[in-house]
Write a protein that binds this ligand. Sequence first.
Ligand code: KG4
Ligand code: ZN
Length: 334
Amino acid sequence: VTKNMILSIETSCDETSVAVVKNGREVLSNIVSSQIESHKRFGGVVPEIASRHHVEQITYILEEAMREADVSFKDIDAIAVTEGPGLVGALLIGVNAAKAVAFAHNKPLIGVHHIAGHIYANHIVEELTFPLLTLVVSGGHTELVYMTEHGSFEVIGETRDDAVGEAYDKVARTLGLPYPGGPHVDKLAQEGEATIDLPRAWLEPGSYDFSFSGLKSAVINTLHNAKQKGITLPIENVAASFQESVIEVLVTKTIQAAEEKKVNRILLAGGVAANKGLRSALKKACEEKGLTLTIPPLSLCTDNAAMIGAAGAIAFEKGKRANDWLNGEPGLIL
Ligand code: KG4
Ligand code: ZN
């Protein structure tokens, strides 16, 4: 194995994170500073506040990541940074910090796609083997990504409207739960029963795309109608019904895609991979079909720089280099 020590930076949304990753899989440090508390009272991430926090935090987080990894810049082979997608002002802080470090220490610079990072969180847990299929579920993304080799990504399905996490957060808000609502809905769903009939958006036969906005509206309408009739629906049953619909569609489409693409390896990625219901339903479905499933630990599911370092290490080995023009690309495609 070639020497491959990556300093990686992630600032695409509301976590400022820096990591040091050795040979693509060994995490020497992974410092994550979350801003959730600052955004909570607004019920969502405020881009301007996110950028300001990144600016304030990035230098300290960088120093801390180097200190914890117990390395100096002479040990670092390349700097990897999330170039997109994400909030442009937030991305720019990470990209500019990476450029400054790369320039000051004369190191190669590598731009990494945020979703590639989420996928490669799995590589830290267990070495990837191909072909494989990843279900990426986060606050900003819902995608089925097919891979036949390292660093090549084919998106075979994606959301046409809301991302799963976004739907969770909106439903949570309707139920009066704090932001981010995903974990709260998940917890309530474990306590309730799926007694409410909600739609499943299968879309056209054979499509691996997703849609969650209709389901979200159905939940809102159901609550509204019940209220008008003077009925109070137990919110744990609303949560359970919503979660059941989401999981059924996600798991069914993932298994169908795996069969069509003839892959026997499935990865789960992104913040919603923390969902207990989804983890157990996907695990069960994979066991039934004899598919191998990898799910990263929680700390690697939510946004972090170690995953960017893992994806960056592969890009580094493949000779991918960015130049001084590297920019934050909010709509970067995989
Ligand atoms: O990957 P992530 O940290 O950030 C993005 O790149 O979007 O994902 C955050 C999303 C939020 O929408 C949050 O509500 C959701 O992941 N989430 C969950 C759970 N934990 C986090 N959604 C459902 N169930 C959970 N247990
Ligand atoms: Zn993410």
